[in-house]
Ligand binder design. Structure first.
Ligand SMILES: [Zn+2]
Length: 121
């Protein structure tokens, strides 16, 4: 992910109960085939936790944990959309994993993502 492409983006769940802003670049997007990402169709961008701002809906979300419980997958209690998750990177730094399909300020299909074989990890 190149630093030069980092921009502020806005996103939300489907019903609008949960909204956020994040400073993130949209190159280096990842589509993963693990049991969770694949089911939900995620296209992910990763940002430092400090670059992520929840603007609405802290009380409107539920958390989903599985496997090693390292990632706090947040989804809207009302519409079920999962806009993001909180996790910890390999270097121990807190990150936000953004489901870029929930960004409201980019056109669909204007992005490309690398397929990552998460299933084999
Ligand atoms: Zn919602």
């Amino acid at each position: 992910m190149s630093e030069t492409s980092v921009k502020t983006h806005a996103g939300s769940c489907h019903c609008g109960a949960v909204a956020y802003e994040v400073d993130v670049g949209l190159d280096g997007l990842v589509e993963c085939n693990c049991s969770h990402c694949y089911r939900k169709g995620f296209v992910l961008a990763f940002a430092p936790r400090s670059a992520f701002r929840l603007t609405k809906g802290e009380g409107e979300m539920t958390s989903y944990f599985f496997n090693q419980h390292k990632i706090d997958h947040r989804f809207c209690k009302t519409c079920g959309v999962q806009p993001f998750g909180y996790g910890v990177g390999p270097d121990g730094a807190e990150v936000a994993a953004i489901n870029i399909r929930t960004l409201t300020d980019i056109e669909p299909w204007t992005w490309t993502a690398q397929r990552v074989d998460g299933r084999s990890f």
